[in-house]
Design a protein around this ligand. Sequence first.
Ligand code: DCP
Ligand code: MG
Ligand code: MN
Length: 342
Amino acid sequence: MRGGTGNATSNPNDRTIEIMQEMCDHYSRTNDHWRTTAYRKAIGTLKRQPERICLAEDARRLPFIGQRLADKIEEIVRTDSLRRLESAKAEPTDQILRLFLNIYQVGNSTAWRWIQKGYKTLEDLKEHVDLTENQKLGIEHYDDLLQRIPRHQVTELAKIVEEASKMIEPAIKVIIGGSYRRGAATSGDLDCIITMPGTSSSKQLLPFLSKLVNNLTSSGFLVAALAQPSAMQGDGSKWHGCCILPSDPAKTWRRIDILLVPDSELGAALIYFTGDDIFNRSLRLLASKYNCRLNQRGLYKDVLRGDGRVKLTEGSLIEGADEVKIFEALGVPWRPPHERIC
Ligand code: DCP
Ligand code: MG
Ligand code: MN
């Protein structure tokens, strides 16, 4: 989930960006791809400005900002709001869309399908829809799963995973990625990268994972395992579930993702799992321009592509283990995690 992540670095245009992001999210929900992209690019431009942009004429001179967006930026600065956003938020369809899209693992097409059937509430869904197990959990723990996790609680959750891991295998390393590694004040979930020196395939870590999940489930820390959506890799190297911090009096359900990573792929996995997603997309695009390919396992060269840039060969590995070397190979100056926002 984007927005409201509260990254450690603050920007003089933070408030403008926040409102523009809400507008962008509205256009994304309503499948207005053109405006979604226009807003996304303009937000990227604003994030790179060292000074606060207040006037339309100043905004107009910046990349990816046309007259209409420039006027909106001035309106936001003058009124601390945006009329177009207020009217969008008041649309009943948008309100239902937001309600449905906040259910775990519900995307635009599902939400729209339900809206077209006339469903308006979570009760409607429970009564009339043949929900997946994950969606049922998502509705049951709707309020919990919407809450972002304060940074100090992410640290505490991580400590529990790390201690349980070391009890099974002292050589295991646990690294928390995602928004936490980027320095965010709050996170949507706990993103655990689990690795061990000397490993060359995530399969070597599978017996460890099943012990870890067993132990953390019997201790009451893990409260649900979520099924993997079919589009994801079926190699079992990812585990998704929910957990509860024992010291949390409200016993709030939190999302936890575990990624098993062999030592030989740690650098590429760190880049992938640190994000953010837009930063990852831009690095991957850059790699493909060099006829290379970057994924969560490594950076590959000499990838043969056919019609429509469809990949014909895997190419040969340039680097997988070392995060810094992947940046170097792409000709991108090293960016510490808290600067990895586009
Ligand atoms: N990721 C990606 N593309 C996606 C989803 C995820 O590249 N479509 C990568 C980048 C993310 C990382 O995986 O930073 C973790 O995914 P999360 O959904 O947990 O996102 P974040 O941790 O960045 O944010 P949040 O605080 O909302 O969890
Ligand atoms: Mg996360
Ligand atoms: Mn995650």
